[in-house]
Write a protein that binds this ligand. Structure first.
Ligand code: NAP
Length: 304
């Protein structure tokens, strides 16, 4: 029986593991993909305090994993299939086994949203991508379009501009949701062309992406933009499918907690990007993880 099982090995989960292990709790992290979660799909973190020149996101994720393991946390790469969190002993079911724990911390993060337009699903992996840092290098000297106006879209446009001959940044409004400094950098980058007040209505191509159908939402004009790749960066959706019907989720599907990261089920906590919160960053995810671990410790101690 584990004191705490943590679902997800991003910054929230790994920091919860570090704090739990250091508090002497028997702790297991279950991660389905790779350490760092969404963080590991970005390049340089420029806003994680303590690194004035920025820090490589993947390298930092691996150090987080190593630090949690060194402190005594167990980390396994296994997908959680289902959860039974109602009793005092909670059950976490993977494809291999059913694991038991006193407390569970949900840190399953968030994943990229889809546009839901014709051609997007059909051409996914054949020109349609949701991760510029993963797939950008495939588009060396080519033309790509990034869709979105948040930090991810701005960062993607800057990243792709290094490889690609031409980057179109398509945003449905004329001002960006992402931070001013990034937007200014994008505007100064010669091979990035802003296509504002515009939505993509279809991804076209036979075996690969060939073009996007676009629509100017102000003039109503429709056109076709020739491109080799489409990078969709229109936000994220929470990884809470396993928690539906178990925990209270808000309208967008995020877990509702209090400041202690407690959910309405005793011994069950949520931390990081899957939680309803005002700011989803590596630093806030890590902080959530620390608080959730502290709450789990207090819960376990109260029952001893
Ligand atoms: P986001 O901030 O939610 O922005 C999503 C963007 O996509 C918005 O500009 C939105 O337009 C647009 N959009 C949404 N649905 C759309 C649709 N169906 N069609 C066309 N456009 C659509 O998402 P994000 O950029 O992925 O960022 C998520 C969180 O991660 C944010 O808190 C962000 O600050 C953080 N983040 C931080 C960093 C960093 O600090 N280095 C890097 C990446 C992400 P509207 O603006 O019109 O709503």
């Amino acid at each position: 029986m584990y004191d705490v099982i943590i679902g997800g090995g991003g910054p929230a989960g790994l920091n919860a593991a570090l704090y739990s292990a250091r508090a002497g709790l028997r702790c297991l992290v279950l991660e389905e993909m790779f350490a760092g979660g969404q963080m590991s799909t970005t390049t340089t973190l420029e806003n994680y305090i303590g690194f004035p020149d920025g820090v490589d996101a993947v390298a930092l994720a691996m150090q987080m994993e190593e630090q949690a393991q060194k402190a005594g946390a167990e980390i396994r790469y296994e997908k959680i299939e289902s959860l039974d969190l109602s009793g005092a002993v909670k059950k976490v079911v993977t494809a291999k086994e059913t694991l038991l724990c006193k407390t569970f911390i949900a840190c399953m993060g968030a994943k990229p949203k889809q546009l839901g337009i014709p051609g997007e699903e059909e051409l996914r992996g054949r020109g349609v991508s949701y991760c510029a840092t993963c797939d950008g290098a495939l588009y060396k000297n080519k033309t790509v379009a990034v869709i979105g106006g948040g930090d991810t879209a701005l960062e993607d446009a800057l990243f792709l501009a290094r490889y690609c001959q031409k980057v179109y940044l398509i945003h449905r409004r004329d001002s960006f949701r992402g931070v001013h400094t990034l937007a200014e950098q994008v505007k100064k980058t010669e091979n990035v062309e802003l296509v504002l007040n515009t939505v993509a209505t279809a991804v076209n191509g036979d075996s690969r992406v060939e073009s996007l159908t676009i629509n100017n939402v102000v003039s109503g004009e429709t056109g076709e933009l020739v491109t080799d790749g489409v990078f969709v960066a229109v936000g994220t959706q929470p990884g809470t499918s396993l928690l539906q019907g178990i925990l209270v989720l808000n309208e967008q599907g995020y877990v509702v907690t209090n400041e202690e990261m407690e959910t309405e089920i005793p011994g069950v906590y949520a931390a990081g990007d899957l939680r309803k919160k005002p700011l989803r960053q590596v630093i806030t995810a890590a902080a959530d993880g620390a608080i959730a671990s502290y709450s789990a410790l207090r819960y376990i101690e109260a029952g001893r």
